[in-house]
Design a binder for this molecule. Structure first.
Ligand SMILES: [Fe+2]
Length: 226
């Protein structure tokens, strides 16, 4: 089967009745480069003790990119559902290019491009990336973060002085825009295969039941054709 790669779109969805190994064979056959997740070539989304991926309080799992702080960033993320669980979980996808376009109107090019998106991983390492990056189509998108700081090599004198005044406004606008630019809400069914462009498309899980032991998805990461 052809891997439905979202090139012009941000997300493609199909039905894949094979196993995750069948999926890996298809990915390799399509000359796509697999990138190891933080827990191996294939990782799982399931309700396991101590897992990083399950929000036990069932509150929102906020919009994020997968592994984009890593040296080898996944360009695409594929999620293959083998059990939808109780069906309450919703995965939402928002367009980080549109968030940029809206933010730049309010906060200006220079300010947005003088910021760093700081990420803290589970081993408490810090990663700093530009807040704004470009995709293969030369479209700007924003990166997700745990906090934002000024890039001392780029921040303008006048912006440095008012950074602390602007930042709360930026964060409030960002949160609102994430919701405004949601383009897809997915409730997984068995054998759903969802592939999305990880950088330009931020995703979040909401509504999970903390006692849902059944929900089970496979996750793989890969980059475009090699
Ligand atoms: Fe994720």
């Amino acid at each position: 089967m052809d891997i439905p790669l979202p090139k012009e779109t941000l997300l493609e969805q199909t039905t894949f009745t094979g196993t995750v190994n069948d999926l890996l064979i298809n990915v390799e056959g399509a000359d796509l480069k697999l990138i190891p997740t933080t827990t191996g070539i294939v990782s799982t989304v399931e309700n396991k003790e101590g897992t990083y991926d399950w929000n036990k309080t069932s509150e929102d799992f906020y919009f994020h990119q997968d592994g984009s702080h890593l040296m080898a960033k996944p360009e695409y993320v594929a999620l293959l559902c083998k059990h939808p669980g109780d069906g309450k979980a919703v995965t939402a996808f928002t367009d980080a290019r549109k968030i940029y376009t809206s933010l730049v109107k309010e906060f200006g090019y220079d300010f947005l491009h003088s910021l760093l998106a700081v990420y803290i991983d589970k081993d408490r390492n810090l990663y700093k990336r530009p807040f704004i990056e470009k995709n293969h189509n030369n479209e700007f998108y924003i990166n997700t973060f745990h906090y934002i700081e000024p890039d001392i090599n780029k921040i303008k004198e006048e912006d440095r002085r008012i950074f602390n005044l602007i930042l709360p406004k930026l964060l409030a606008a960002y949160e609102q825009l994430q919701n405004e630019h949601i383009f897809h809400r997915h409730k997984f069914s068995k054998n759903d295969l969802v592939i999305f462009r990880n950088q330009e498309c931020h995703h979040s899980k909401t509504g999970m039941s903390p006692d849902d032991k059944e929900r089970f998805l496979y996750r793989i990461w890969f980059s475009g054709n090699i």
